[in-house]
Structure formats: structure tokens, C-alpha cells
Design a protein around this ligand. Structure first.
Ligand code: PMP
Length: 444
């Protein structure tokens, strides 16, 4: 299998030759919060699929919902002229779920990159409908990750995800992230750093001209960039600045919606109502590719009251509103609510974060520990704490390998070890992840 994989499969976010040098683990089964590989080795999944398997791998309700929907209506498009009961019911549920975020309409997509693309497009269109066609630019954060499509890639903060594909969308500008461990201001106080980043945002808006900017897109807690929670003043500050300049605020909650941060949404964690929110991932617990852009009532009104025809939406996906995905999402929402997942995410997340901080006192290689908001944490590894020199690939790979051999799958992203386990994790599972990681560090 490994040989065939190396010959035939190109993996996302990897060098095409990597599969030969470092054959990936072949996962054959998953159940509860564990995965099992082809050699029969079972470990706790500290990655939660890819930040998405919040309910674990054995959620019977979702499996039954998918199976029932496959038998009733396996597929039909919701392009103009047809709809189905499942997407209507789901939109009504989402309207209730996202009411505290001020979001009332759902535009269905088939994943996170699609959701970002849709939100970026709708932002430009919103301004055109309102008679401000010059608003075409986008602002975002330097450590942000917004998917793979040309729009998302253009607002991505990490140049590694952009340069190979340039030229990208013109008019995209990146603001320093509120990342205390490394930032251009040399500021380690979270609150002061948040203010400096907000000033940088104001400066960029002044430089570009506020009437040229369509939207600011941000993750409420930066995820793939290395789990970077901002100070509590940051997102409210962004909201205020965007409102003052007529710029739409898009919350990219592909990771953070549906409980991961210990709050039902990341925006709610900071008391902010965005104008649009991109969601995907945990909306179906990873059981079906699906997503939705949630749209604020006041934005929806602009589109719906348009009499010029400019608000006709000129894009969509074959799998927008896939009935099987919608059925999976309905079951997923019901289970997430029934189990009150954010509460467990907060409790287990606090244990995990505390355990990681203890590990940092024992291992010099751990330069920074980030988390404190539900079940998303990261360790940033360095070869020298004083100079903060990023760790080399071989050493961080050895930690990952050691942790895997000792009972937990963890994710490596650059110099970071990222943890985003299922939200149904128990206190014992948290300890399993921590002791596996410790074994990984001890094995160096
Ligand atoms: N936005 C964010 C914040 C993400 O984390 C991701 C995926 N990790 C995406 C967008 C893209 O989602 P997808 O991989 O489902 O296209």
C-alpha cells in the first residue's frame, strides 16, 4: 500500500516526493475518539480528523440520518427552480443556532474554501448593490488561513500558501496578527499588541482609502496559522473599525463554529456580530463535505430589497445544499446541542492547556504554549528559547512519531504541534494525549 500510495497519490500540503521519504500512516478504521492504522495500532486522535470530527467517529444519529436521506432523496440541486425539505429544515435550524450572532440566511456550499469564496464574492456584490462599486479590496491577518481557492489564497496570511500560485487576486492586504510570541512590534503584552494591530489596520485603511475596501476577513482564533487567540479587545476593535468605515466583517469560522472554542461560535466568544460567517468542517462532523455562509439580516435586506437586478447571485456549487449533507448537518446540530459540546470543550480544553504548560516547564524545546479557549491548542517548538529559532523538521517529526507510538496522533504544521481533538473527549483521553506527547519529547 505504501508503495502504491507513493506512486499514485499526491497529498495536499506536502511535497510530492514526501510520500516516498516519509510514508504516511495508513488509517483503516476509526471509532469513538480513536483511529487504527493498517498495522493494528490504535491511538487517540488528537487532531479530530482535521479540526472537524467534534462528535467522534461513532455518532450513530448522523450515520442513520445519512443512510435514511440516501434512500429518500440522494441528490438534487437547489439551483433556481428546485429545493428540498432537508435544506429548508436545516436553514431554519441554522437561523435559530446563529440568532445570537445576528445571522439569519444560509448560502450552502460544499466545504470551507467554497464558503470563504462565497463570502468574499458576496461582499463585493453587496457594495455594488448599494452603489459603491469601488469597494473591491480585501484585508486580512498575516497568520490567517482561508482555504485554497484563488480568493481565499489571496487573503491567506502565510506566503507559503500564496507564492507558487501568483499572481493572485489584486487588492489583498495583510495586517500583523495579534501573535504575542513573534510580531513586528516586539510587544508581548496581549492587550497592548491588540491595540498596535488595530492601529495597523486603521493605517492600512487610511492608506488604501476606506471607500475601496469590501471586507475584512479573520478567524476569531487563528487556527492553521498555529492556534493564536487574540486579546479579548481585538475582535470587538476590528468590528468597530469595520463598521465605522463601511467595511464588511467576515468571520471565517470554518474551524471555530459549532463549539470548538468552548463557545458556540468564535465570534460569540468575543461578543462580536460579524456581517457574514463562513462555516464548514464540524457542520457535518466530517461525515459529509458540506458548508454554509451565514449572512446577517441587514446584509440580506440589501440583497432582498434590490430592484435593479444587481443582487442576482451569479455563483453556486453543484453540491450547494446537498440533501445528504443537510441531513447530516441536522443530526449533527441536534447531537451537538444535546451533548452541550462547548461545555465539554471548555472543561477538557482547560485540562489540556494546563498539561501543556506543565510540559513546557520540563522541555526547553517548547518555546510557546497557546490555547485557553476550548479544544484548540498549539506548542511552538524552538531549537533555542532565547533566540526563538524555529525547530527543524526532523526534530518535530520525531516528537510526532514518538507521540504516535505512545498513543496519540498529533498534527505538525511548520514549527507547531497542533491539537484539536474531538469535543467528546474525556478527562482520561486528555491524559493519554499529554502522556503520549511527553513520551515524544522524552524520546528526543
Ligand atoms: N478557512 C479556515 C479557517 C480553515 O481552517 C480552512 C481549512 N482548514 C478553510 C477555510 C478551508 O476549508 P476546506 O479545507 O474545507 O476547503
Amino acid at each position: 500500500l505504501k508503495e502504491n500510495n507513493a506512486r499514485s497519490v499526491w497529498h495536499p500540503m506536502a511535497h510530492p516526493a514526501d510520500s516516498r521519504a516519509n510514508p504516511p500512516t495508513i488509517v483503516t478504521e476509526a471509532s469513538g475518539v480513536t483511529i487504527t492504522d493498517v498495522d493494528g495500532h490504535t491511538v487517540v486522535d488528537g487532531v479530530g480528523g482535521l479540526w472537524n470530527v467534534n462528535l467522534g467517529f461513532s455518532c450513530q444519529l448522523i450515520k442513520e440520518a445519512i443512510s435514511a436521506q440516501l434512500n429518500q432523496l440522494p441528490y438534487y440541486s437547489i439551483f433556481r427552480g428546485t429545493t428540498n425539505d432537508c435544506v429548508i429544515e436545516l436553514a431554519e435550524e441554522l437561523r435559530v443556532f446563529f440568532a445570537p450572532d445576528g445571522l439569519t440566511r444560509a448560502f450552502y456550499t460544499s466545504g470551507g474554501s467554497d464558503s470563504v469564496e462565497t463570502a468574499l464574492r458576496l461582499a463585493r456584490q453587496y457594495h455594488k448593490v448599494r452603489g459603491e462599486p469601488a469597494r473591491t479590496k480585501y484585508l486580512s491577518l498575516k497568520k490567517g488561513y482561508h482555504g485554497t481557492h484563488f480568493g481565499g489564497a489571496s487573503v491567506n496570511g502565510n506566503a507559503n500558501f500564496r507564492t507558487a500560485y501568483e499572481p493572485l487576486l489584486p487588492g489583498c492586504f495583510h495586517i500583523p496578527a495579534p501573535y504575542t510570541y513573534r510580531n513586528p512590534f516586539g510587544e508581548s503584552d496581549p492587550e497592548k499588541l491588540a491595540q498596535l494591530c488595530l492601529s495597523a489596520l486603521e493605517d492600512e485603511i487610511a492608506f488604501q482609502g476606506s471607500g475601496t475596501i469590501a471586507a475584512f476577513i479573520m478567524e476569531p482564533v487563528l487556527g492553521a496559522g498555529g492556534v493564536i487567540p487574540p486579546h479579548s479587545s481585538f475582535m470587538p476593535g476590528v468590528r468597530e473599525i469595520c463598521s465605522r468605515h463601511g467595511i464588511l466583517l467576515i468571520a471565517d469560522e470554518v474551524i471555530t463554529a459549532f463549539g470548538r472554542t468552548g463557545s458556540w461560535t468564535g465570534s460569540r466568544l468575543w461578543g462580536v456580530q460579524p456581517d457574514m460567517m463562513s462555516t464548514a468542517k464540524a457542520i457535518t462532523n466530517g461525515y459529509f463535505p458540506f458548508g454554509a455562509v451565514m449572512i446577517a439580516e441587514h446584509v440580506a435586506e440589501v440583497f432582498e430589497s434590490d430592484e435593479t437586478g444587481k443582487a442576482a447571485i451569479g455563483h453556486g456549487y453543484t453540491y450547494s445544499g446537498h440533501p445528504v449533507g443537510a441531513a447530516a448537518a441536522l443530526a449533527c446540530l441536534a447531537e451537538t446541542r444535546r451533548l452541550n459540546l462547548p461545555e465539554n470543550a471548555a472543561a477538557r480544553g482547560a485540562e489540556l492547556f494546563a498539561g501543556l504548560q506543565t510540559l513546557q516547564t520540563k522541555y526547553e524545546i517548547i518555546g510557546d504554549v497557546r490555547g485557553g479557549h476550548g479544544l484548540m491548542c498549539a506548542l511552538e517548538l524552538v531549537s533555542d528559547r532565547a533566540t526563538k529559532t524555529p525547530i527543524d523538521k526532523a526534530t518535530i517529526g520525531a516528537v510526532q512519531e514518538g507521540a504516535y507510538r505512545s498513543g496519540a496522533m498529533v498534527r505538525v504544521s511548520g514549527p507547531n504541534i497542533i491539537l484539536s481533538p474531538p469535543l467528546v473527549l474525556t478527562a482520561d483521553d486528555v491524559q493519554t494525549i499529554l502522556s503520549a506527547l511527553e513520551a515524544g519529547f522524552a524520546s528526543l
